[in-house]
Write a protein that binds this ligand. Structure first.
Ligand code: FMN
Length: 463
């Protein structure tokens, strides 16, 4: 087979993910492998037609494609997403049709599922024969079990592609929306109560849908809100994965981004992301914002802020986007204030939803309301906690200092009362009589403390 490997790591050659591909290559040397560094050369690929055409010629003539990429900020790097946009902008999607495809990532398993679902949708849009994904923890290759699993995956990949086994599509082509949003004139504007509201957007002149939503949102207030279009900032490129920020949160780029983030985003009470969806996801421009935010590493710098989304596009056909929007907010310990999307095309409903979001973010902010996190936030934060305490501590020293200071290393083994209870009860339940009594009372004992709170609470006080 002739296989084209599209390397999504912004690091280029020294990519961890690529070592997984090269490990496969070493075990299956009879195939022809052609490697293209995509993310690290995205500017050249975009500007230089010869280079773009050279890559496309290899794709056109190959049997199979390996999408090899790190997970970056819940999806794949912005540069890789830009390449996917270029495929559609330049109408070269037919070159991918019917090619066998696999997607290989490395990560720390923080939202690797969203990255894979997105890439699956990309393959389906390109009418590829999507065989499957391999989502490795970045160090799996260093373990014998990790290598064994990788080779089993490779075996299945080669067998499936050689036998041309057809795989069912999961994502149907995107169907167009129901028409333009026509915002109403706001009769009575409201006071933002001195809350600092920042709206970040990526719209271009032709993105009229999101512009109408932004106007309706800002019209809700008597005050002028800060609207920042990412295209107006001097951002020199996507995150390169150099991790120099790990020591003290300083980015190697000398452009506007870090200063903008520190001076506009960090002091805000309320952040609204206003996005014009592009292809199967947020635009690569907006993704660049989220990737570049990585100079703050794994610190929840948006803690206690209100974060909401205005989205123009067919979001319901991108199910992974809900996890992205909610998860990005929840792991930050910010309040997920909601999403308003214009895809239903019912102007009255969109209007009312934007008004509600505009009101809600103020009330929530005034009341310091932060709803309990779901699995998306709780699970994500635990991955960071464990890795920053453990194997990533020497790399992300700024995170380590912050986590230590803020008590984020809240491991269960530090809860001495429950450890003592566990030891005593586990010992006692070895006695059959005690065990019988213990399990017969477990239901009532579990809810008793909660019931006591309900019964004894003073309804005149807030708690
Ligand atoms: C900007 C940036 C964002 C990242 N985002 C995620 C993420 O959302 N989830 C995750 O599990 N790992 C994330 N990582 C970790 C990388 O996925 C991981 O280090 C990967 O192995 C790098 O592969 P590469 O060497 O091929 O680029 C991120 C790393 C960087 C630099």
């Amino acid at each position: 087979m002739k296989i084209v490997v599209l390397n999504g790591s912004p690091k280029g050659e020294p990519s961890v993910t690529m070592q997984y591909v090269k490990f496969i290559q070493k075990h299956y040397p009879d195939h022809e492998y052609l490697f293209h560094n995509i993310s690290s050369r995205i500017n050249r690929i975009e500007k230089n037609d010869d280079l773009f055409n050279e890559i496309m010629a290899d794709i056109e003539s190959c049997d199979s494609i390996i999408w090899s990429t790190p997970v970056y900020t819940l999806f794949v790097p912005a540069q890789y997403m830009r390449f996917i946009e270029l495929i559609h902008e330049r109408n070269v999607a037919p070159s991918f049709k019917d090619k066998a495809a696999i997607v290989m990532t490395t990560s720390i398993h923080f939202y690797d599922h969203t990255a894979h679902r997105y890439m699956h949708a990309v393959c389906d849009d390109l009418e590829m024969n999507y065989i499957g994904y391999f989502s490795a923890e970045m160090d799996d290759l260093r373990k014998s079990r990790g290598r064994e699993t990788l080779l089993k995956f490779a075996k299945n990949y080669f067998e499936s592609s050689e036998k041309k086994i057809h795989h069912q599509k999961r994502y149907q082509p995107i169907t167009p929306g129901n028409g333009a949003f026509d915002p109403a004139i706001v009769a009575k504007k409201m006071n933002a109560h001195k809350k600092k509201i920042v709206l970040v957007t990526d719209h271009k002149p032709h993105d009229t849908g999101i512009q109408a939503m932004i106007k309706r949102f800002s019209d809700a207030y008597t005050e002028t809100i800060d609207i920042i279009n990412l295209w107006d900032l001097n951002i020199q490129g996507g995150c390169t994965g150099c991790i120099k920020c790990g020591y003290d949160n300083s980015c190697m780029y000398k452009d506007d981004f870090s200063a903008f983030y520190r001076s506009s985003i960090l002091p805000a009470d309320i952040i609204i992301y206003a996005m014009a969806l592009t292809g199967r996801n947020i635009s690569s421009k907006f993704k660049e914002y989220f990737d570049r935010r990585f100079f703050m590493n794994h610190v929840p710098e948006l803690k206690d802020k209100q974060v909401g989304y205005l989205i123009s596009g067919q979001m319901s056909q991108m199910p992974y986007l809900y996890d992205f929007c909610q998860g990005s907010v929840e792991w930050q310990q910010a309040n997920f204030a909601g999403i308003v999307c214009d895809e239903a095309g019912d102007s009255k409903e969109i209007d009312a939803s934007i008004q509600k979001l505009a009101e809600q973010v103020i009330t929530f902010s005034e009341n310091a309301y932060c709803q309990p996190q779901t699995f998306l936030g709780v699970g994500g934060a635990k991955i960071f906690r464990d890795d920053i305490w453990g194997k990533l501590r020497h790399v992300f020293q700024a995170d380590y200092r912050n986590y230590k200071k803020t008590g984020a290393f809240n491991f269960p083994h530090k809860r001495y009362k429950s450890r003592l209870t566990n030891s005593v009860v586990m010992l006692l339940t070895k006695i059959p009589g005690f065990r019988k009594e213990f399990y017969s009372r477990i239901k009532t004992e579990m809810y008793k403390p909660h019931k006591n709170i309900v019964e004894s609470c003073d309804v005149r006080s807030s708690s």
